[in-house]
Design a binder for this molecule. Structure first.
Ligand SMILES: NC(=O)c1ccc[n+]([C@@H]2O[C@H](COP(=O)([O-])OP(=O)(O)OC[C@H]3O[C@@H](n4cnc5c(N)ncnc54)[C@H](OP(=O)(O)O)[C@@H]3O)[C@@H](O)[C@H]2O)c1
Length: 333
């Protein structure tokens, strides 16, 4: 386990319930603590350490589960250290869901190192199931597609004050516009998602763009994360609108909103397909922290069985429930 925070702790529990043995754990502020104390899982005897390369070299794991960060620039070094010592890696790093367009050189380097050492690197998580697999399946039931448009949202209040400030909560419209003009932002999570949908559907990406729009409070709204009331007319968060055009015609769009919810609002995932025929799908219930972790765990046998390299979820077999022990689903690679 590389990164033992909110997601890592749930994944560690799910993995042990599927017969996996945890042979090592790497953290940052939790170094020296028993993994059982940090995760709440009984019967694991591992102590959290600090040097991923040393731990992988010594414990020789089949797989490293990496839940430390979101972007290529933050995970690349750690991923390479694991691959070089013959460990497969699966992560939740959102950019790596499909990073061939956003970080092509780094992705090619990871691909080459993984192939050289006969192992795989894959990113899975909530996007895999709800934004790629479900959507690609919906597209598979259409004869002709003009546009596929997703709308997803998350509540700023589910996270800490840092993220609330990142979402510009409390800004005036002028302050928001000023921030947007000067902002150097990493790739949105929507962009690699749409690239994965395109890859899963045999579509060739020719252009990707992102527009960002503020969401304004229509009434005075309390923000718990910042312990302040956002007056009507000020910013509650924003929506990133990613658009991907393809050589074959279908346009893929994902509108992702992160904002302070008002009463009655909940996380959502809704997709509309315009074509022959028009289609849609929507999820009313989304316990994202659990779907994220369960999806990753169900991918484990597939990534251990896959041919070596950077293997995106677009290339893996369809996402399926993997009952019982992970070991029962392994084939010789
Ligand atoms: N793909 C998806 O569906 C999905 C879903 C949820 C989350 N995520 C992503 O997964 C990541 C983890 O999410 P989370 O909710 O579990 O966050 P979290 O609770 O903050 O956990 C991250 C853990 O990683 C540790 N860490 C960070 N950098 C490290 C390093 N260099 N070496 C060792 N440990 C390190 C942190 O240690 P300290 O606390 O000691 O700093 C922390 O325990 C985030 O990037 C998040 O955006 C993806």
């Amino acid at each position: 386990m590389y990164g033992v925070g909110a997601m890592g702790s749930i994944i560690a529990r799910m993995l042990t319930e599927r017969g996996a043995e945890i042979v090592g754990a790497v953290g940052r502020s939790t170094i020296g603590k028993p993994l059982s104390e940090v995760t709440g899982i009984p019967n694991v005897t591992v102590t959290i350490e600090g040097d991923i390369e040393e731990v992988v070299q010594r414990t020789r794991p089949d797989l490293v589960v990496m839940t430390t960060a979101s972007y290529m620039e933050d995970v690349k070094e750690g991923v390479l250290a694991c691959l070089k010592h013959g460990a497969n890696v699966i992560s939740l790093a959102e950019e790596n869901l499909y990073s061939w367009h956003t970080s092509p050189e780094d992705t090619a380097e990871i691909d080459a190192v993984a192939k050289e050492h006969g192992v795989t690197y894959t990113c899975s998580g909530h996007q895999d199931g709800y934004w790629v697999q479900l959507v690609a399946t919906l597209m598979g039931t259409a004869h002709h597609i003009d546009e596929v448009r997703g709308r997803a949202s998350w509540n700023v209040e589910d996270f800490g004050p840092e993220l609330a400030r990142d979402q510009q909560v409390g800004d005036t419209l002028e302050e928001f516009a000023e921030w947007l003009r000067g902002a150097e932002r990493p790739p949105t999570f929507g962009r690699p998602t749409l690239h994965a949908v395109a890859a899963a559907s045999g579509l060739t990406v020719v252009e990707s763009s992102t527009a960002t729009e503020p969401v304004l409070a229509t009434e005075d709204t309390y923000c718990k994360a910042l312990e302040m009331t956002v007056p009507a007319g000020k910013v509650l968060g924003f929506t990133d609108i990613d658009t991907v055009r393809t050589a074959e015609g279908p346009v893929l769009v994902l509108e992702m909103t992160g904002k302070v919810y008002v009463e009655g609002q909940a996380d959502s995932n809704a997709w509309e397909l315009k074509g022959e025929p028009d289609l849609d799908l929507e999820n009313q219930v989304l316990p994202t922290h659990l779907t994220t972790c369960a999806t990753l765990v169900n991918r484990v046998p597939q990534v251990l069985n896959a041919e070596p390299g950077y293997v995106s979820v677009a290339e893996l077999p369809p996402l399926r429930f993997q009952p019982g022990n992970i070991a029962d689903h392994l084939t010789a690679r």
